[in-house]
Design a protein around this ligand. Structure first.
Ligand code: SF4
Length: 689
């Protein structure tokens, strides 16, 4: 059986030959060609039922699935009737399959009539979405993983791909072994495992990325780095270049705390080589200037013409297996469906397609603001699917408090003991990887099948089925009468092409008539998938036509970098992120003993000189305190961290360590354009325990 890994956005193909045999990489899958990382290769060990949520529960008591669904529908109906549709919300996950996401979005936005459906993808790629839409006119990633092998220069910004996207990294390692002349530039305040392969590491100040790329644009303009053939395809060039004039090398060096020599060397490399691929991740997106950081990167690729060709372009690496699929169906509160927004024409179009007169007319609450609304009592019912916001949201303690006072909390989950499950009035058992059946989309726009190969544990159900059952109980049955996820996928594909005429980047209308058998056999394929490109599309913008009405891409003026202010009380800057062998809040990977061998407990990494200054030694346990809370971890000395900066992994929660998650220390301040929280820069202090 061929299926897809449920962890990161590389989206590796997986083969399962027998239930008692280890899983292996799918040699035919174009994302990984047989490779798997340690998490992917341990997938077979996550299929056990230990800790699984096996039965529906109301207030902790086992009930029948019908009783649980009746209770959910009655609760949502009562609150909608009393307080209106804005008083209810869904909060989803990049772990959901596209068919689950489509159903949730259709129910909430199409029939309940509220756009209060957001997702943990808000914490991951919302800034990239804004960047792409502003630059290209559509949320469209131009590149593909094959570009890793074809680039002359790879620039890795705010990404420790060696740990967070290991198979993409393996491809890069092999490409560099075969072509040592390929240059790798890593731009990251921290010296990470990804720097081991780098020709250049620019250890800039946290939050100064946009200055580096604004300076690059200025450099390109003054050093023959503009591709003149791109200019007819670009808008807002002069104003953007004028705004970048201030970013000369001395100013950039001061903002980034880098040497002028190193900065110019990077800019010269970028300008000189025809095939430059820029990869980025959370260091760019999880920032108060996250959207502008994205546009600063896109500016440089557009002006220099390094886009739409093999081996070059701007390429965001999504964190989750289906963050892209969620974006495609409208899983974010500010999108309607099929990459459409909330203009009157788009609302009307979707309303006619769904045959509903209740379609939401305006964007809903995004993640941070959704939980704030629950805390205020404005949102009185929430259905949380496949995610753990009580610990993964910034100001997690506040989210937990909000859930504790919410009138109706429904949690559909795989894990019986997640930190968020403790707040559920109704627990619905969800199918896990290996049980569920549908599609996901990886970072390169490739749609792949996740296939079921084992029977569901206990009474676990598909998320789309649970949602459709509640939709039917709410009286919307005819619109949710699917019997199989393939029928949902076909409807989703039809909507992507409905009255489209090629005006939307996301178009998979060639799959709108897909049969059950074709869906079962569907091979990995990259969108757009249209009558003109029935086998998918590897790269976008080869024709230099973009999705703004005039066909031109837009340059945007740079952001002013935001500095986190340290105080004498909180003199250190804390960065958070993934480690190699764990996934999110560990509800799956934390149960696999061999995945605990890399790190088996929470740690606090800091520069040895800082440790000495605080009287800390390797192996001590230290408390990390911010203005909002504290957590603790084992001191790890790491000379790759600059003085004054520490790193704490995001994974450990009360469920696995008995202590608070690090996100409880982080303020819920967001990029104003994307509403993505800035999770990378928190002022803290340390204290020996
Ligand atoms: Fe899974 Fe990502 Fe590892 Fe591939 S690289 S096996 S998708 S976790």
């Amino acid at each position: 059986m061929k299926t897809t890994c449920p962890y990161c956005g590389v989206g590796c193909g997986v083969e399962v030959k027998a239930l008692d045999a280890p899983v292996s990489g799918d040699r035919q899958h174009p994302a990984n060609f047989g490779r798997l990382c340690v998490k992917g290769s341990a997938l077979g060990e996550t299929l056990m039922h230990d800790g699984r949520l096996l039965w529906p529960q109301i207030d902790g008591q086992r009930v029948s699935i019908d009783a649980a669904l009746d209770h959910v529908a009655a609760g949502f109906r009562r609150i909608i009737d009393q307080h209106g549709p804005q008083a209810v919300a869904f909060y989803g996950s990049g772990q959901l399959l596209t068919e689950d996401y489509y159903t949730a979005n259709k129910l909430m936005k199409g029939f309940i009539g509220s756009a209060n459906i957001d997702t943990n993808s808000r914490l991951c790629m919302a800034s990239a979405v804004v960047g792409y839409k502003r630059a290209f006119g559509a949320d469209a990633v131009p590149c593909c993983y094959d570009d890793l092998e074809q680039a002359d220069v790879v620039v890795l910004v705010g990404s420790n791909a060696a740990w967070a996207h290991p198979v993409a990294w393996q491809r890069l390692v092999q490409a560099k072994a075969e072509r040592p002349e390929m240059q790798l530039v890593v731009i990251d305040p921290r010296r990470t495992a990804s720097c081991d392969l780098a020709d250049v590491h620019l250890a800039l100040q946290p939050g100064s990325d946009s200055a580096l790329f604004a300076g690059l644009l200025n450099w390109l303009a003054h050093h023959a780095g503009i591709d003149a053939s791109m200019l007819p395809h670009l808008a807002n060039v002069e104003a953007t270049l004028a705004a970048c004039e201030a970013w000369d090398v001395a100013t950039v060096a001061a903002a980034c705390q880098l040497s002028e020599h190193d900065i110019v060397a990077f800019w010269q490399l970028f300008a000189a080589q025809p095939r430059v691929l820029t990869l980025w991740c959370m260091g760019i997106n999880q920032s108060q200037t996250g959207s502008d950081n994205n546009n600063a990167i896109l500016n440089a690729h557009l002006l220099s013409g390094k886009i739409g060709r093999a081996g070059c372009g701007p390429f965001s690496l999504t964190g989750q297996p289906n963050a892209m699929g969620g974006r495609e169906v409208g899983g974010l509160a500010n999108q309607l469906a099929a990459h459409m927004g909330f203009s009157a024409a788009e609302v009307d179009r979707v309303a006619r397609f769904w045959r509903s007169d209740r379609v939401a007319q305006q964007p809903g609450l995004t993640a941070v603001y959704l939980f704030n609304a629950i805390e205020r009592g404005d949102v009185k019912a929430v259905w949380i699917m496949g995610t753990n916001p009580a610990v993964s949201m910034p100001e997690g303690n506040r989210v937990a408090h909000a859930l504790a006072k919410c009138e109706l909390v429904v949690v559909s989950e795989v894990s019986a003991h997640s930190d968020t499950a403790q707040f559920a009035d109704v627990l619905l058992p969800a199918q896990a990887w290996g049980e569920k059946n549908g599609t996901v989309t990886n970072s390169e726009r490739r749609i792949s099948r996740q296939r079921s190969f084992i029977a569901p544990a206990g009474e676990a159900k598909a998320d789309w089925w649970l949602l459709a059952q509640v939709a039917q109980r709410l009286g919307f049955g005819a619109a949710f009468a699917w019997q199989h996820p393939g029928e949902i996928f076909a409807e989703h594909a039809a909507l992507s092409g409905f009255e489209n005429r090629g005006t939307r980047a996301f178009d998979i209308s060639a799959l709108a008539t897909i049969t059950r058998e074709q869906y079962d056999q569907l091979a990995p394929v990259q969108w757009p998938i249209t009558a003109a490109s029935p086998n998918g599309t590897a790269r976008l913008f080869a024709d230099r036509r973009f999705y703004h009405a005039d066909g031109k891409a837009r340059l945007l003026p740079p952001a002013i970098p935001v500095k986190t202010l340290m105080t004498t009380d909180y003199p250190l800057l804390m960065n958070t992120g993934r480690i190699r062998d764990q996934w999110h809040t560990m509800t799956r990977t934390g149960n696999v003993p061999r995945l605990m061998q890399h790190y088996d407990e929470p740690f606090v990494a800091l520069n040895p000189l800082d440790a000495a200054a605080y009287g800390l030694s390797h192996g001590d346990v230290t408390r990390v305190q911010s203005a909002l809370g504290w957590c603790s971890g084992r001191v790890t000395l790491d000379s790759g961290l600059q003085r004054g900066q520490i790193f704490v992994p995001m994974h450990w929660t009360r469920q696995f360590s008995g202590q608070a998650n690090v996100d409880g220390l982080v303020a819920a301040s967001c990029c104003p354009d994307s509403a993505q929280p800035a999770l990378k820069q928190t002022a803290v202090r340390l204290q020996l325990l």
